[in-house]
Write a protein that binds this ligand. Structure first.
Ligand code: CA
Length: 279
């Protein structure tokens, strides 16, 4: 296993003992080259790694090794990632980021509906992989800190993109947009009025900001289980929200479409929501 030549010129922190809180990633993936890439990338970025090549081993390690996050391939030799997701969800709330090939759109959606938290489409870049892992773990920590899932005690959400800041305070039912490009004299902050259904939809997205929400998840939660397949409702309301919130509704930066899957509210600007819990 010593196929990597040490390269002191790169000044890798080889001397550093992994601190106990280095997050543990469980990789469930049968293709050895991908697993090797993931292992090397994660270790170089200060993660600890456990690996499984089959659905059976993966489901077992998921509940016995207490990983902080799980990277789960959907196509495994002895079963699909869907069943692994369901099996893990019976035992644990550890965030699951699904790895899927293009053309596995319906599997990907089904995995999210079964309880996976996010997905990466192969091939993916290192930056995206690391970002998705950070987001998944941040969500897990946030919901642990907050206690009950679905609590109304959601900190204010704030996100800036394309010269516009969106601020949403669910508890106070207030939504503001501030255009930063309108000059220092007029900060351009205005309150946005939403219909009750628009607010309900937005509040659900804020609770899961940064996370992919499938059409079915959103419809079940916001409209009720009987509307789980009424995707056109959702399209109409997402379109209305974009008209009200986005600087350019045709190029949305806050309410982002995940093609064939659903929507993702852009991850809030770090720290901004937590900075003023009293508002
Ligand atoms: Ca595979």
């Amino acid at each position: 296993m010593s196929d990597s030549t040490p390269s002191p010129a790169r000044a890798l922190p080889l001397q550093a003992t992994p601190p106990a809180h280095m997050p543990l990633v469980l990789i469930i993936e049968d293709e050895e080259p991908i697993r090797r890439f993931l292992r090397a990338t994660l270790q170089a970025n200060h993660y600890r790694v456990k690996e499984a090549g089959t659905a059976r081993d993966g489901a077992l390690l998921a509940v016995t090794t207490y990983p902080d996050v799980i990277l789960l391939d959907l196509g495994l030799p002895d079963g699909d990632g869907l069943n692994v997701t369901r099996a893990i969800r019976k035992e644990s709330r550890t965030p699951i980021v699904v790895l899927s090939a293009r053309g596995q759109e319906s599997d990907k959606v089904a995995a999210l509906d079964a309880g996976a938290d996010d997905y990466l489409t192969k091939p993916f870049g290192v930056g995206e992989l690391l970002a998705r892992l950070r987001v998944a773990m941040r969500h897990a920590n946030a919901s642990n800190d907050r206690g009950a899932v679905g609590s109304v005690d959601v900190p204010p959400y704030e996100c800036t993109a394309d010269g516009r800041t969106l601020r949403i305070d669910i508890a106070a039912r207030l939504v503001f947009v501030t255009d930063l490009t309108t000059g220092p004299e007029s900060p351009g902050r205005r309150e946005i009025r939403l219909t009750p259904m628009e607010f309900k939809l937005l509040a659900f997205m804020v609770k899961h900001a940064g996370k992919v929400l499938t059409h079915q998840m959103i419809l079940k939660e916001v409209w009720g289980p009987q509307h789980a397949s009424d995707v056109q409702y959702l399209r109409v309301y997402a379109g209305e929200l974009r008209k009200k919130l986005e600087a350019d509704p045709a190029q949305p930066r806050f309410i982002v479409t995940e093609p064939g899957v659903g929507y993702r509210l852009a991850e809030g600007t770090p720290g901004s929501g937590v900075a003023s819990p009293g508002t």
